[in-house]
Design a protein around this ligand. Sequence first.
Ligand code: IVH
Length: 620
Amino acid sequence: MLSLENAFFEDDVRDFVGRIVRFLRLNDDHIDFSAEPKIDGLSMSLRYEGGELVKAATRGDGFEGEDVTANIRTLKDVPEKLKGRNVPKVCEVRGEVYMTKKAFLKLNERQKAAGETVFANPRNSAAGSLRQKDPSITASRPLGFFAYAWGAMSFVPESTQVDMLHWFEGCGFKINPLTKRCHSISDLLKFYHNIEERRAKLDYDIDGVVYKVDRLAWQERLGFVSDAPRWAIAHKFPAERAMTVLRDIEIQVGRTGSFTPVGKLEPVGVGGVIVQNVTLHNEDYIKGIGNKGEVLREGRDIRIGDTVVIQRAGDVIPQVVDVVLDKRPKTAREFHFPKKCPCPLHTDVVREETATGEEGSRARCTGEFACPYQKIEHLKLFVSRRAFDIDGLGEKQLQYFFDEGWVKEPADIFTLEKRNAKLKLEEVEGYGVTSVRNLFGAIESRRKIALERFIYALGMRHVGETTALALARGYGSWDGFHDACLKVAKGDEEAIADMDALDQIGDTVIKSIADYFGESHNRGIVERLTKEVEIVDAEKPKSNSAVAGKTVVFTGSLEKMTRDEAKATAERLGAKVSGSVSKKTDLVVAGPGAGSKLAEANKHGVKVLTEDEWLKLIGE
Ligand code: IVH
């Protein structure tokens, strides 16, 4: 399931439309959009086969969600059988499950009276209701569902987004009644302001509006950038703000040793959620200096005891946007940023260098792998949902195992069971025979892991999920990737150029990989870990097109499509698009004006195609 790019300002919306016009090479911006409220609930995918509901899953991490079929069947807005004719054999309907504000308040009253959990907002109460083990409890909680998108379909019955919504209606779904087809940027902005005005009176929470290119053929051409479509954007409402007192500042040491000062607040409600912590980013931010040396908050620094204005936008960590000087007490204290890591090693703290070699704003512990804070943060990432996803091994348990010295590095997790005759986990408070058996079962079931997850789980700096996926797809197998990393760490120019040629990989990532594999301690961690797990090769591009798996370079000017579109199409068909020609390049598509890259192609004997030949090859 996908995510959406965000727009906060009107100019972001103009840029979004401008990008689409350029990408599609249109002569003007006469594009129709579907404009829809952005429902603040839980996204859901409903799979129908032969018209019957067979599976309902939450979004999860986008690839894998939770199976909530039994609970979803209790929702009156979700038809068990799709109505109408012309129903595709496979039909995945996507939309949002929500709870009305009225139902939320009533439920909370009931919960309070019964001494049960009180929910912070309708979204959480919808999530809690869906997670029930007993579907009859879900049935007693009034949940609604709006359909707004789709996934796999044997065929798509309509040709525009708005017509698809009406088609969903015909199948028996509810669609949001405020949805509108807009014909221009000013229509979109009018829609936004109109919905913003009506927001408070709506009986369900929304946090913005979503614009989607109406014509599906254009959506198809526009495609995606990682997991977000180029043809849609969420225009968010301004963040909500509140005032409260900053009680203290603590330093959090991250997985890579970077320091984040965290503000501890007098708890305050912002937009229905209680906020107690805010990020204060770095030392300069507290002093009122921005990342580029600019003045923040008109130079007002942040002191412990200050009254601060905080802001919360969606799921983003709340921020301090201002300090109220009139309310600064005499006892307010300046915060002295630590010079030593708070870890038992008390290592020196340095400020990172920026790309241009100047002193940056981020402080970092120099303890590297000797710093226990960094070690535990890496272990937390390792077991987290998007990495190894080990059930029953949460932060608390992990911290305990770490403090006891039972798990010092990732490989230790996989040897716990073997060592348990000595450790006797079942005798630890909070554990029992069953929970220990379940934990070992969960660990065992994760011994087999996809390459992209494994790369992400190593926790290298600048290698997040998207980068890990790009690397996994680029090298295909662990052996291929590992070999390349060792060479890159040794400064092998060819290996570096190959890595650089991968889509989405640049100098920062390469340097970070080189640093990581240049360190013998890290190589040891990796070696011990790979003995314990089985790493599954990355999925080969699904496409059986003529260019799948080939490395393609576009050069010169293209006349029938923009460079972005050419690149996106090639990638959709399973090709790798590179910016430079080497002997590993399979194809060069050269338009008029092609220069050095064409010469390079000829030098290496790489096949060169004209734009028309390319289009013929890919069947367009
Ligand atoms: S479309 C094309 N339409 O917003 C992409 N999403 O920030 C799929 N959401 O995960 C999403 N209302 O849970 C779409 N009318 C709407 C929506 C909507 C709420 C949520 C959805 C998604 C999130 C992305």
